[in-house]
Ligand binder design. Structure first.
Ligand code: NAP
Length: 483
């Protein structure tokens, strides 16, 4: 299948924090890939900003090394690599001061798309937005991109939105949740809304429940200080899992555009029943499998922060009445894997004896480690041995369906190009962000008040026993965590 790449308009993209981890591992490789595929035009410029003193040439060397480490295709396409490096520039600016901004302004061209990516800690978002505005660098059409953590609770998210709002209109603000840039997540929308097959079944008449799992095999590693202040609910559920829940549960938007899609997601968040502590399970991983415990990782033996959370959630509206959504995420689990599982009801009448014990149909939308969609169906076991049933997966794996050489682009490739195109569909709107925080805040407060310790769980397992019980008590069970 020939890929249909439409080049974006020329742009000046300023990456604040260009020497940091996110920039090296994700942003710069993603931009390189877009040039390799012919989408980033040769006239585009990427201007790195950080405090470290270095020349434009030094920065090019820095990026060359980053690409050698994180983008294998760079070595295979030396001409594109040189063109990409030629598009780079660098300026040392401490964004907390007022020096250097005039020079930055001079580097930007008046007649191309202008975008600012804030790949720095959130405490600097306000500093940068204010100075971009004060120094006349932000134009009415420029875009500003920010990434999690976008606040810590509703009040801080409102404060952040207000701070950005002083300098930028909502149509200029791109709040990245990279889960929305994943091919499969977008495919979930195509599957639901571009096929006649699923949507009639996508409701409480035919769906028994939904499971969303985001499992990580690693622990908090070097992020202990940040993570211990956050925990799994804030770090994963409020943003990534909430987005997956919204796309699974939302009504079909009248049009596929930014405001229509985001309006529908917002309605889902508003329909969520308040979270009850008795429908939540918190866990902390023990030492094991050659790794330290959570408490050792964060260096705080008294920490009550959860490295695992499981929730039973109700979407209180017509479509989803009585259909629980079970959500879970955690660190140091058996495997790294993210998936949405839509579990259908069994047929209303069993004409084959085995049907009572047969697994129900399941639609598994897999985001990690590989992307793809599988529909688990029941068929007759082949052969003359009578009417026996068996389960088969109908695999809608994209790599196979779309042919040799197809690759799922990294989420940042899609999202960065959307910023340049001015398409906010896959970015969170300010009100969505605030409502999502408003939903998790009361549970955080209840946990804090109870002062209960999270349940310990073994590294390499599937979380605390209580998380299994959360489904068992409803006569259901989680799908296995496996890669
Ligand atoms: P990082 O590795 O610590 O990089 C921070 C960058 O900011 C460096 O380039 C640093 O360079 C620059 N910087 C710090 N203070 C500055 C100042 N006063 N003026 C100008 N530049 C300054 O952080 P990161 O991991 O890349 O993360 C960046 C942001 O993305 C954070 O908000 C993080 O939460 C978020 N994020 C990261 C990831 C990830 O995979 N890393 C994933 C999701 C979200 P100098 O020290 O030279 O100034």
């Amino acid at each position: 299948m020939v890929s249909r790449v439409i080049p974006v308009n020329p742009f000046d993209l300023v990456i604040f924090g260009a020497t940091g981890d996110l920039s090296r591992r994700k942003l710069l490789p993603a931009l390189f890939r877009r040039m390799l595929d012919g989408q980033m035009p040769i006239e585009a410029r990427i201007i790195g900003v950080a405090r470290s003193k270095m020349s434009g040439k030094d920065f090019q060397g820095f990026v060359r090394e980053a690409l050698a480490e994180f983008e294998p295709e760079a070595a295979k396409a030396p001409e594109v690599l040189e063109a990409f490096l030629a598009a780079l520039d660098y300026l040392a600016v401490d964004v907390k001061g007022d020096a250097g901004w005039a020079a930055l302004g001079k580097k930007l061209r008046p007649d191309v798309v202008r975008a600012f990516y804030l790949s720095v800690g959130p405490s600097l978002f306000g500093e940068i937005a204010t100075r971009l505005s004060r120094h006349g660098i932000a134009t009415p059409d420029s875009r500003i991109v920010v990434e999690k953590p976008l606040g810590h609770d509703r009040a801080s998210a409102e404060a952040l939105n207000a701070q950005l709002g002083k300098c930028f209109a909502e149509r200029q603000v791109y709040r990245i949740d990279h889960y929305l840039g994943k091919e499969t997540v977008q495919n979930l929308m195509a599957l639901r809304f571009a096929n006649a097959l699923f949507e009639p079944l996508w409701n409480s008449h035919y769906i028994d429940h939904v499971q969303i799992t985001v499992a990580e095999s690693i622990g908090v590693e070097g992020r202990g200080a940040y993570y211990d202040h956050s925990g799994a609910l804030r770090d994963m559920v409020q943003n990534h899992i909430m987005q997956l829940l919204c796309l699974t549960a939302m009504e079909p938007p009248a049009k596929f555009n930014a405001d229509f899609v985001r309006d529908e997601k917002l309605k889902v968040i508003r329909a969520l029943e308040p979270l009850r502590p008795e429908d939540s399970v918190r866990g902390q991983y023990r030492a094991g499998g050659g790794g330290a415990s959570y408490l050792e990782h964060v260096g705080n033996p008294e920490s009550h922060t959860e490295s695992f959370v499981a929730l039973k959630v109700a979407v209180d509206n017509w479509r989803w009445a009585g259909v629980p959504f079970y959500l879970r995420t955690g660190k140091r689990l058996r495997a790294r894997m993210s998936e949405i599982v839509v579990v259908f009801k069994r047929p209303p009448h069993a004409i084959f004896p085995e049907m009572a014990t047969q697994a129900p149909n399941e639609l598994v939308i897999r985001l990690q480690p590989d992307e793809g969609i599988t529909l688990h169906m029941t068929i007759k076991e082949p052969g003359p041995g009578g009417m026996r049933l068996t389960e088969v997966p109908l695999d809608m794996s994209f790599a196979e369906a779309l042919g040799e050489g197809h690759r799922a682009p990294d989420a940042y490739e899609r999202l960065l190009m959307d910023v340049i195109r001015g398409d906010q569909t896959l970015f969170m709107r300010g009100d969505e962000l605030e409502e999502a925080w408003g939903w998790v805040d009361p549970l955080e407060a209840a946990w804090e008040e109870s002062n209960e310790k999270p349940k310990p769980y073994d590294a390499g397992g599937s979380g605390p026993e209580d998380a299994l019980a959360l489904l068992h008590r409803d006569g259901r069970k989680w799908r296995e965590i496996e890669s």
